[in-house]
Design a protein around this ligand. Structure first.
Ligand SMILES: C[S@@+](CC[C@H](N)C(=O)[O-])C[C@H]1O[C@@H](n2cnc3c(N)ncnc32)[C@H](O)[C@@H]1O
Length: 378
């Protein structure tokens, strides 16, 4: 069963009228709380005023006004109700907010952001209103332009994908087309190893980057503290193929392997999870340097060793052209349409690799063109 947040990802893609009708039929307060919860998690990654700023939020659903108190600042939070002296008043149609936050179309037509009345500047202390502007900016940025720069997100959440490794530019290049889609992402390796309170840096990064994405993380160790909308954690072994095949994620758009980095596990995971990717999906493996390290199941002498991760992924490059030299079929080769290697990482594209080979009459074992017996135009 998907949570309300995940249901909203589908609802929000509907027309304004359809969303309005849907809101009439459900508990609008619960929907408003989910929308403001999403804003709170986005706001937590943004530059904030250095103090708590109470904001009165009034969301309208039909003839109803739903009041919430949003506290902006370094540690944003939201509760239902009203506050007597809010620094900001924000009003917006709930349907529009839902469509903007969870759907493909941004709209702010019904939004009002009203700071508390300007006080008499001659009274000491009243001139300092910069925190109001900062809070307003934190709110509107969270709604309209959430932080999505991968390097900045990695640093913000403490992932080594930028700074120690330099993976984020490659991720951005390949993931950009998915940024606003309703994607399902799975990362093997949550981080923090046996510390249940540690890890999750990259999962947080992905849930911000894929603003309409549902992000799953898998780790050998339990990670009970990692709770956020659109984020799920699973405990298990990436070397267990049957477990991976049954992982309750639904069809996947992106898989990232940043787990044990043992060649055997990397290979097992690829064979179990690549078939679960949707056509058009991407399978990514990090830290391929371990493919050359014997202690990690690697081989630095036989660089094509099929028991190593690089041995497998390099063989896929020949698999792309398999039909040109073999009549054997291979489910993997028939569904790999592109392979991109970078320093210590690989991106594998899933699709239909069914292009016909060169015609049968073209000679394979001799080359009359090179021998000068004929030219390609003849
Ligand atoms: C490098 S950390 C992941 C870092 C995280 N992806 C990030 O970028 O913030 C590797 C994680 O993989 C987990 N791990 C190691 N072997 C595993 C296995 N066989 N199955 C699942 N997880 C494993 C470890 O517990 C560790 O937390």
């Amino acid at each position: 069963m998907s949570s309300l947040d995940e249901h909203l990802l589908d609802i929000a893609a509907r027309s304004p009228e359809a969303v309005r009708d849907w809101l009439d039929a459900v508990d609008a307060v619960e929907v408003a709380a989910a929308a403001l919860g999403e804003i709170v998690t986005r706001a937590a990654a943004l530059t904030a005023p250095d103090r708590d700023v109470p904001v009165q939020v009034e969301l309208t659903a039909g003839t109803r006004t739903l009041p919430f108190v949003l506290v902006l600042g370094p540690d944003p939070k939201v509760t239902p109700g009203s506050v007597p002296e809010a620094d900001l008043l924000v009003r917006q149609d709930l349907g529009e907010l839902v469509r903007s936050l969870f759907g493909p179309d941004l709209s702010t037509a019904t939004r009002e952001v009203l700071p508390a009345e300007v006080p008499d500047p001659r009274v000491a202390g009243h001139a300092d209103r910069a925190h109001l502007a900062r809070a307003a900016l934190q709110f509107t940025t969270a709604c309209d332009e959430p932080l999505r720069d991968l390097a900045e997100l990695a640093v913000r959440f403490g992932s080594d994908k930028w700074g120690e490794h330099w993976y984020t530019r490659h991720y951005d290049r390949h993931f950009a087309p998915f940024k606003d889609r309703r994607v399902t992402v799975l990362e093997l390796g949550i981080g923090g190893y046996d510390d249940p309170a540690a890890g999750g840096a990259s999962l947080r990064m992905w849930r911000h980057y894929f603003r309409r994405g549902v992000v799953h993380g898998l780790d050998h160790f339990p990670k009970p503290g990692l709770r956020a909308p659109r984020l799920h954690t699973h405990q298990g072994d990436q070397g267990d193929a049957a477990f991976l095949r049954d992982l309750p994620t639904g069809p996947l758009d992106i898989v990232i392997d940043d787990g044990s980095h043992l060649s055997q596990d990397v290979i097992t995971s690829f064979h179990a999870l690549f078939p679960r990717l949707r056509p058009g999906g991407l399978y990514v493996v990090e830290d391929l340097q371990t493919s050359y390290w014997p202690g990690w199941g690697g081989d630095r002498h036989d660089l094509g060793n099929p028991a190593t991760s690089m041995g497998l992924f390099k063989s896929l490059t020949d698999g792309l052209n398999r039909r040109e030299f073999s009549s054997e079929t291979s489910t993997v080769d028939d569904t790999v349409t592109g392979i991109h290697f970078y320093h210590n990482m690989v991106f594998i594209e899933k699709g239909l690799n069914s292009e016909r080979p060169a015609p049968a009459w073209v000679p394979r074992d001799e080359n009359p063109f090179a021998a000068g017996l004929a030219t390609p135009d003849e």
